[in-house]
Design a protein around this ligand. Structure first.
Ligand code: PLP
Length: 375
């Protein structure tokens, strides 16, 4: 049986994400806040940023939060604030967005990639200890797709060996592990407010969470030209500030984040049911945590054929990620290091992200699942 695209729910394509649908219920509030910012022309690090820093830090169960220019800035400044220096080694995974590696390269450090767990696609903690050398300074576990890495063994190793842990929580706003929030377990947590993330602005933005007063003050100085007071500069810092418009949108959206994450989980549950006999691997969620399903990713050896069929049926699909960082040209030009990451390499060939956003309708999910089942 094949499905006619004319049977699309509401006659419309099913996009990978739908920001227009998310805008409608918050439109009035957002426009009102924008108007008041434009009237005041206080555009950066003002009352919205300060309020967001308090609110999102609290949301993450953290003592401190610092708004920055992007998730990439968050990782970069967190590495600097943790004292990572040129030549230091940083253990992370190659199955992530390029920014995790870029931030390590910005500080002149050396990335050391460990392989991922074949079920969760997350850093395999059992591989971390043997990747440690005398040069190792930090570990960056990446909470990919909205599910947190198994943090306890990583924190144990880090404490025992005197290493810093920086969580890349850019896909995991609100995710939990043993009841603890993403960004609250390591020395620092890094978030992105890129538009497509679970909590996204209408431009660029990012955030660092920490319970460490020194990391807090370091990141605060670094994001604004090393300047504790206007035109006084104690360090060579960066232009990595969060702006008031983004902070205003993010504060409004933060109030709905738990509800939206709950909807994502419900949609994932429905996909899981409908795809149970579709011959594809559905996401495995470790029961010790709660995923926020930044992405809903299936796995199949017929990935390329399925991808083309779904695109033909007006379904927004994507590959996160087709190439491990260790095989990217950018990495190859940076480093001659070789890594054998067989799980990462096989997963890259087989994953496919299906439409996932809170506003998905039951009909849309059924249509997508039917098309995956009978491509
Ligand atoms: C999005 C993302 C980043 C970078 O965030 P930006 O805000 O785009 O700079 C870093 N790491 C991961 C895992 C991401 O998904």
């Amino acid at each position: 049986m094949s499905i006619d695209p004319k049977s699309l729910p509401g006659g419309k394509p099913v996009p990978l994400i739908d920001l227009k649908a998310q805008f409608q219920p918050i439109k009035e509030e957002v426009l009102k806040e924008f108007e008041s910012i434009f009237e005041s022309m206080y555009l950066f690090l003002g009352k919205n940023v300060q309020a967001l820093e308090k609110e999102f830090a609290e949301y993450c169960d953290c003592a401190h939060g610092i708004g920055v220019g992007s998730g990439t800035d968050a990782l970069h400044l967190a590495l600097l604030a943790c004292g990572v220096k040129p030549g230091d080694e940083v253990i992370t995974t190659a199955y992530t967005f390029i920014a995790t590696f870029e931030a390590i390269a910005y500080v002149g450090a050396i990335p050391v990639f460990v392989d991922i767990d074949p079920k969760t696609y997350l850093m395999d903690p059992s591989l971390v200890e043997r990747a440690i050398t005398p040069k190792t300074k930090a570990i960056i576990p990446v909470h990919i797709y909205g599910q947190m890495v198994d943090m306890d063994p990583i924190m144990d190793i880090a404490r025992k060996r005197g290493l810093k842990v920086i969580e890349d929580a850019c896909q995991a706003h609100g995710a939990t592990y043993k009841g603890r929030k993403a960004g609250s377990i390591g020395d620092a947590g890094c978030f992105s407010f890129y538009f497509s993330k679970n909590l996204g602005g209408y431009g660029e933005g990012g955030f660092v969470t920490t319970n460490d007063a020194e990391i807090n003050s370091n990141v605060r100085l670094l994001r604004d030209h090393g300047s504790p007071r206007k035109y006084e500069h104690d360090y060579i810092g960066f232009n990595a500030r969060l702006d008031e418009l983004q902070a205003a949108v993010l504060r409004i959206k933060l109030r709905s984040l738990d509800k939206w994450n709950q909807l994502r989980r419900a949609h994932a549950g429905r996909y899981n049911e409908l795809l149970a006999n579709a011959g594809v691997v559905t996401p495995f969620i470790d029961p010790r945590g709660e995923s926020v399903y930044h992405l809903y990713v299936i796995r199949t050896p017929q990935r390329e054929a399925l991808r083309e069929k779904l695109i033909g049926k007006q379904i927004g699909v994507a590959i996160h990620y087709p190439i491990g960082i260790h095989e990217q040209v950018a990495f190859r030009n940076y480093s001659k290091q070789q890594f054998s990451l067989p799980v990462t390499e096989s997963v890259c060939k087989e994953v496919l992200s299906l439409p996932m956003y809170p506003e998905l309708s039951a009909e849309q999910i059924e249509y997508v699942a039917a098309c995956v089942t009978n491509p």
